[in-house]
Design a protein around this ligand. Structure first.
Ligand code: 9D3
Length: 230
């Protein structure tokens, strides 16, 4: 998979992309991630990429020129057309199903904005879909783009070690995870449940399923609405 990110702050991506799973996925060639600075496509010597909204109002809006020029440059970097995604608070809410869907693509082109938003002609002209990562206000689309990259890349076959499987993830079966314990057996008077030390794997599996269901009912009842396992 190839992922292009168009952003005013490419440096923000450096640390998250160069650690752990995302770093390894790039090192072994599962994904190529390319960052392109929208400001490099500004038309003037002040490198201006935003302007006041027509009709008045607060804040600044991303100008169409630099984003279009940047996009057209980036698109030519690969023959894959790619799925074009604008990170905006108005977008469809990102979830695990969307992550799975995007992980099947050959190419993603993510566009992160700062300021109050994009000139509407950017969305229309680029034929972009919009994604939001949740109902809270961020300072820009960069962290949202990183969240999407993180969630999508770990679903690429081979991104996780052989031990972990994305199939085991919470949410992929619609339930929260069961409680986990590791050594020591007793920590500050809190003991590991006897069943986990029993060696009875059928009983353990049953207990975990029950625990997962109970925790989901208690903490995330909303998840059970579209779950067939209750
Ligand atoms: C005044 C209206 N604001 C919208 C709630 C303006 C505004 C604030 C912050 C417009 C853009 C932003 C920056 N946020 C994003 O670019 C963004 C975002 C988010 O804020 N929340 C969840 N997902 C996303 S994806 C991109």
């Amino acid at each position: 998979m190839r992922i292009d990110v168009l952003t005013l702050f490419p440096q923000m991506f450096e640390s998250p992309l160069n650690h752990s799973i995302l770093k390894r996925a790039q090192d072994v060639g599962l994904v190529q991630i390319a960052l392109t600075d929208i400001r490099d496509f500004a038309a003037d010597s002040f490198r201006k990429v935003d302007d006041k909204p027509y009709g008045g109002g607060p804040g600044m809006v991303m100008m169409p020129g630099p984003v279009f020029d940047c996009f057209e440059h980036v698109q030519k970097l690969s023959s894959e057309k790619g799925r074009v995604i604008l990170l905006t608070p108005q977008g469809q809410r990102f979830d695990q199903a969307k992550a799975l869907e995007l992980s099947a693509e050959n190419r993603l082109i993510l566009i992160a904005g700062k300021y109050e938003g994009f000139d509407e002609r950017i969305r229309i002209g680029l034929g972009a879909e919009q994604i939001s990562i949740g109902d809270y206000v961020l300072n820009g689309g960069e962290l949202a783009a990183m969240v999407i990259i993180d969630a999508v890349v770990r679903l690429l076959p081979g991104a996780l070690g052989d031990e972990d499987s994305p199939k085991d993830d919470s949410f992929s079966d619609g339930l929260l995870e069961y409680p986990q314990y590791t050594r020591p057996e007793v920590f500050r008077d809190m003991k590991v449940p006897d069943i986990l030390l029993s060696g009875d794997h059928a009983k353990i599996a049953e207990w975990r399923k029950q625990q997962a269901l109970e925790r989901t009912k208690k903490w995330r009842p909303d998840l059970l609405k579209d779950c067939d396992k209750k």
